[in-house]
Design a protein around this ligand. Structure first.
Ligand code: CAA
Length: 389
């Protein structure tokens, strides 16, 4: 028998600010229920001017290092599509902020919202080679679309950090994945833009097709039957998307998709995403955290995980929830990260949305806004200067 590998600890962080979708609906002159019910989003996390993916990634990872130390963390994989540098891996800033080990390889991964799942798969491979090693996988993103576009209500931000080990305490991953990739322009962000470009309807259809194809491949690889899963965690660009994709999957397999069945399969995975918004690479794992924190006892149950990254890559994988997992959850801290956000009015949100970092290379101190553990304190000589608060 092979040693089980999977998620031993999971922690998330989000930004200092949030915007209620009622504020956005009023501004855009649409019924707030289009957002609350139609896309299934109530609030979105918004980054302060002194926050970026490094500050939220550090805040997500710090509690994991505090609980488990850094021994044998030989690899750190940070997935993002909101990178702060074209060359240097964002996780390298974490050495000074939270004390990552120097005897480690540290790499940034990118494939839209799929990158975190690539990190998990690569981590599992490294640990299969040497079960004494542990891998820190971090997914961190700030989702930003142009103002007054259909994508705007699907913004958000979060980071999830996971310690991946042999004999994990929370979720043991099945050594089988279903894969699907195709060259498609549904969502992308050219290097010269800070906001993503999206063909909304194309992206929704591409997501559904990719999820179904990844499922078919999962079955070809000898994966479980649909009926074996206690819940389905989907990537959630907006929470309604998980319901749409699951309905599509069930119907493509000749099943009916009653509202109550969809709710039982998906409902508990959406609690955090509904109020955080899209967090791209982190979104699927926020869904997993939400499920573990809110569902009845899942011990021994199989979970389906469906990852999608535009462009596009999808992966259908699965795992078994471990006995005693509840003692390892961070439910209180997760809920506090969300409930402690400061609510924005529209003008402040807009100012943050339009703010740009200075690019002249001179010294610029950033105004102190965030009350989260880490902040971007200054720009100097084209370098980002971070500090712990
Ligand atoms: N009360 C209740 N529901 C209402 C309503 C009201 N007053 N008004 C509208 N609705 C419903 C609509 O009926 C619709 O429901 P269905 O989807 O079930 O038909 C829903 O609200 C949304 O309405 P529209 O389709 O008119 O919304 P839209 O066209 O303005 O925007 C979108 C939808 C195109 C998906 C937009 O949110 C978008 O561009 N999002 C960004 C792209 C995205 O998230 N794509 C997802 C797949 S790609 C991916 O997953 C990668 C990633 O992270 C980006």
């Amino acid at each position: 028998t092979t040693t089980p590998v999977g998620i031993h600890d999971l922690s998330f962080a989000t930004t200092h600010y949030a915007l209620d979708h009622a504020v956005l609906a009023e501004r855009l002159g649409v019924d707030r229920d289009k957002f609350y019910l139609g896309i299934g989003q109530e609030r979105m996390s918004v980054a302060a001017a002194d926050e970026d993916i490094v500050t939220i990634a550090a805040a997500a990872a710090q509690p994991i290092l505090e609980r488990h130390g850094t021994d044998n963390i030989r690899t750190v994989l940070l997935a993002t599509e909101t990178g702060v540098d074209q060359s240097k891996a964002a996780a390298l800033y974490l050495h000074s902020l939270i004390g990552l080990p120097n005897a480690a390889r540290v790499v940034e991964l990118k494939q839209a919202c799929y990158g975190g799942t690539a990190g998990l798969a690569f981590a599992a491979g490294l640990i299969a080679r040497d079960p004494s090693q542990r891998v820190l996988v971090i997914a961190a993103d700030i989702a930003k679309y142009e103002l007054d576009t259909p994508g705007e209500p699907t913004q958000g931000a979060a980071a999830v950090a996971m310690l991946v080990t042999a004999n994990p305490a929370i979720l043991a991953l099945d050594p089988i994945s279903g894969l699907y990739s195709a060259d498609i322009m549904d969502f992308w962000r050219p290097n010269y833009r800070s906001e993503a470009i999206v063909d909304g309807k194309t992206s929704v259809n591409a997501y559904q097709k990719a999820a179904q194809e990844a499922w078919s491949d999962y079955r070809r690889q000898g994966g479980r039957e649909l009926g074996e899963f206690a819940a389905f965690c989907y990537h959630q660009p907006f929470t309604k998307m998980a319901y749409k994709a699951h309905r599509h999957l069930l119907e493509s397999q000749g099943h009916t998709a009653e509202a109550a069945d969809l709710e039982a399969a998906i409902g508990a995975t959406t609690t955090y995403n509904r109020t955080v918004g899209n967090s791209y690479t982190a979104s699927l794992y926020l869904g997993l955290a939400s499920l573990l924190d809110h569902a009845d006892d899942l011990t021994g149950k199989a979970l389906a995980m469906i990852s999608y990254g535009s462009g596009s890559v999808a992966e259908f994988f699965s795992g078994t929830v471990q006995p005693g997992y509840r003692a390892h959850l961070r439910t209180e801290a997760n809920q506090a990260a969300i409930s402690s956000r400061e609510m924005l009015d529209y003008d402040h949100y807009r100012a943050l949305h339009e703010a740009v970092l200075p690019t002249d290379g001179a010294y610029h101190a950033m105004a102190e806004e965030t009350r989260r553990p880490f902040r971007l304190a200054a720009m100097s000589g084209h370098k980002r200067i971070y500090e712990a608060r």
